[in-house]
Design a protein around this ligand. Sequence first.
Ligand code: ZN
Length: 394
Amino acid sequence: MRSNIKLGTIHGIEIGLHYSWFIIAALIAFSLGGHFRQVNRNWSSAEVWSAALFTAVLFFVTLLLHELSHSLVAQARGLKVKAITLFALGGVSQIEEDAADAKTEFWVAIAGPIASLIIGFGCVAIAAALGWRPSAEPRTGPTAVLVWLGYINVGLGLFNLIPGFPLDGGRVFRAIVWAITKNADRSTRIAARVGQVVAFLFILAGLWSFFGGAGFNGLWTAFIGWFLMDAATSSYSQVDVAAAFRGMRVSDVMSRDCAIVNRSMNLQEFVDTYVLKTGQRCFAVEDHGGFVGLITLRDVGAVPRDRWESTTVREAMRPLDHLHIITPETQVLDALKLMAGNDINQLPVVANGTLQGILSRSHLMQLLRARSELQSPATYHVPLHRMNQRGVTP
Ligand SMILES: [Zn+2]
């Protein structure tokens, strides 16, 4: 999940919005407007819509506080936090490292729901102090806003405590299993299995209520279940990825037979002689025997076809100083995180200024598949981009 709009940084953490967030913000403002209009018939349209918009913005702030709680606790316990992105289903804190111990995992995971519960009960308490009674609909603008925010935040806090890994509650559960079993991989497997069961129950309950006449709410519950199922299943496969590559160095798995092209060749020539004949997707560019950059099919595709004759490989390639570089000694898992974090599919492996090979995501996936076929006939589904994301808060 990458943010499309950057809002700024807090404590070194980039805060951003994904476009999908606007859809949900508009939906919230719209349904709130309808709700406010219905319960406060004496309100003017201006009052209704300003309260609805204001509430939607405040909801965004409380979501951000939830994510910030995860992130700040993570920072305090020595983990690097890159960014927080808000999207249609809530927020994601990009914490770049995994917790090294069960205690850290526990506190980082539980910080978010605790924040939501405190905010929620706080809002309700303030509304009560302003004269709202739980048995009645709030009659004033401020109490209407506070009561809605209060309920939604308590709901968020409780929802996230459901042990559906990778929801916060699933992580809390995993931390507890981890503390008991002293085995990180096993605790993830157990938490992911429980997460799949919880997700299945969501889907079942959603479909049940949909066919019972609940309409959209039923479908929404089923959709959340499906989303949780996908997340739990990929968490399960990540353990296998981690287990398969733990302790391995890049030099063990990189491909050494990387095709090398000359930088002064034009793109048409390059495509004809290299791309179409080898079927490879990534090539090293050399100049006087030294490695100067990488050119991939993506880079070629970025140049309009009618300019291939007049564009050289050097002009289209990504030069060395724009590339993330790893050494043969880099841990494979660190390289995978680097690829996932920057959305790249291959990394040049360089030692002493010369190219030793290329590490590509597709090659690693082939290795995994080969391993898994020897163990079981099931095919693999490994969405590595999910690595190190946490705090999904529908
Ligand atoms: Zn959370």
